[in-house]
Design a protein around this ligand. Sequence first.
Ligand code: ZN
Length: 148
Amino acid sequence: MSDAPRLIAAAREAARHAHAPYSRFAVGAAVLLTDGSVVTGANFENASYGLSLCAETVAIATVSAQGRLREVVAVGVIGGAMDAEGRARGDQPVRPCGRCRQVLNEAAQMGGRDLAVHCAGAEGDAVASYRLSELLPDAFGPGDLGIS
Ligand SMILES: [Zn+2]
């Protein structure tokens, strides 16, 4: 069975804690590790806009801080514009930005896996699933710098 439903549910829960007062666009990410545990992240914006961090980057950095970067198997990503109550809305799948694809690739190459990436909206049943190699083909990564 696909890990997508579980990861999308966890990403939606994480998005509830997005700090996104500027974009008003909440994003959540949930990273599945080899032992079945899940680490989440939400976007973390800053008044100095360029310092903002995406949900996927927050989640992968947390995994790395736990010493588990090589254990990443899959990721779920959701997002949607926030309504007046701050709740994310919308059923269109949200895909990782270019920077996050590169961040995910660090975990993929360090772990020697082509990650599953499951994308959904803040609501609804639509899911778009990919392999990271589809989202970031011929990626530059640790191997290019002699790191394996
Ligand atoms: Zn991003």
